[in-house]
Design a protein around this ligand. Structure first.
Ligand SMILES: C[S@@+](CC[C@H](N)C(=O)[O-])C[C@H]1O[C@@H](n2cnc3c(N)ncnc32)[C@H](O)[C@@H]1O
Length: 413
């Protein structure tokens, strides 16, 4: 039996992504678990699969320039994979062509081979034509999204944002001071580099498995710290983390409280709560409990009120598109108002659980007004006892980390 190659797995991943509603991350994790590949081959699958998804529009533009006739979906997958290697990843030409053409059904090999070789001959023209296309096409983003961002952020920031979304993400981790201090961490894991965010480090190639297993750090972008730091939980307080899974912020909240007090971590999805429990156990968090609850069904009944509540709401994820590579292709123009309704339904159910003078922090990893400031405006219109105290945001093109929005409200007595 022929050995499975990285290109083969990447092609299967693309096919599954195109024919299902599943996320790229889920597909990648499942395929990798089922296949025996070396770590460098796994990294190559990731680069090919995510690289094609990040560049879909541009690759289709090139396919259109190279072939006027019909291109069926299976041939398109092969061509996208081949052109990505040739024109974007700069993989050696003979391997990119020969090994990709091998993956095509026998009847399509001649066409695939001819198109990829033509791409090599026309490389300069294809690159030049691409550079003259509008931003949405040359950086492969939905046109409506780029138009929104241009209106909101301006042309220059939008160009930077689109480029940012197409870069492989940096590898960041938060040092878990419940288990280790920065000095000791740096001594044990010398690959770690400090970042401008206190307690966050960056790794060049891969995360040290030993550090993750020991709970010495948690994989997290520095932008995620904002919500917890604005929440500013104190030792001995009672905190609700209303949308907790997989537990990145719950564990940071417990760390800020030095493991003294109570944290209730709620989520609607049981399997994801299991991840929270595993993460908290590994990170040495002893003050958190988990509870499954869907806020769409209203508040939790008969429960003691909280000093502070974090609502890290489900959102469109437009601030984390360099990590969630396929998000852009699943978005529709009405997504942001639809998400706002979902976010408000959670906030409505959570707000009555806050003590008088308590703090409510609302956060998203979206860049869209509807899910951020406008959601907070709508909430305050309904509940005037909630007063907006501060707003904070992380913008990739300004701050160099993922996008995030944070609003702090106080419940007036
Ligand atoms: C952005 S994620 C939270 C990330 C988490 N705070 C962290 O830092 O690891 C949003 C979470 O909200 C949960 N969620 C979405 N709608 C919900 C609802 N109606 N009730 C409870 N949880 C909900 C999702 O299952 C998801 O785990």
């Amino acid at each position: 039996m022929a050995q499975t190659t990285a290109r083969d797995v990447a092609l299967r991943a693309l096919h599954t992504w195109r024919t299902s509603r599943r996320s790229a991350d889920e597909i990648f994790a499942e395929l990798i678990a089922k296949t025996e590949l070396s770590s460098s081959d796994r990294a190559f699958v990731l680069e090919l699969f995510y690289g094609v998804l990040r560049n879909l529009l541009l690759l289709d533009f090139w396919i259109g320039a190279l072939r006027s006739g019909n291109v069926d979906v299976d041939l398109r997958d092969i061509l996208q994979l081949g052109l990505y290697q040739l024109l974007i990843a700069q993989v050696a030409e003979h391997a990119a062509v020969n090994e990709t053409v091998e993956l095509a059904p026998r009847r399509a090999r001649g066409v695939a081979n001819a198109i990829l070789r033509e791409a090599i001959r026309q490389r300069a023209k294809l690159e030049n034509d691409a550079a003259n296309q509008p931003l949405f096409l040359r950086t492969s983003h939905p046109e409506f999204l780029v138009a929104r961002w241009q209106k909101h952020f301006g042309s220059e920031a939008t160009e930077q944002l689109c480029r940012w979304n197409n870069q492989p993400p940096s590898l960041y981790a938060r040092i878990n001071s419940l288990k280790i201090d920065m000095e000791d961490f740096e001594r044990r894991y010398p690959d770690a580099r400090q970042t401008s965010a206190k307690n966050f480090v960056e790794f060049s190639h891969t995360f040290p498995a030993a550090a993750l297993d020991a709970g010495h750090c948690y994989i997290q972008d520095p932008s995620t710290r904002l919500a917890c730091e604005v929440l500013a939980p104190k030792r001995g307080e009672r905190i609700l983390d209303a949308c907790a899974a997989p537990g990145g912020k719950t564990s940071y909240i417990a760390e800020l409280m030095q493991n003294e007090g109570e944290v209730l971590a709620v989520d609607r999805q049981s399997p994801r709560l299991k991840m929270v429990e595993e993460n908290l156990a590994r990170l040495g968090v002893t003050i958190a409990q988990t509870l499954q609850h869907d806020w769409k069904h209203g508040p939790i009944s008969s429960i003691e009120k909280f000093d502070r509540i974090l609502v890290d709401a489900p959102c469109s994820n437009t601030g984390v598109m360099r990590r969630r590579v396929d998000v852009r292709w699943r978005l529709r123009p009405n997504e942001f108002t639809r998400m706002q309704q979902e976010q408000l339904s959670i906030l409505r159910a959570v707000a009555p659980l806050l003590k008088d003078n308590g703090v409510l922090v609302y956060s998203t990893c979206s860049l869209e007004l509807e899910e951020n400031r406008e959601a907070i405006d709508a909430l305050q219109k309904e509940m005037s006892i909630l007063r907006l105290m501060e707003e904070n945001e992380s913008l990739p093109f300004r701050d160099g980390f993922d996008g995030a929005y944070v609003a702090k409200l106080i419940k007036t007595a």
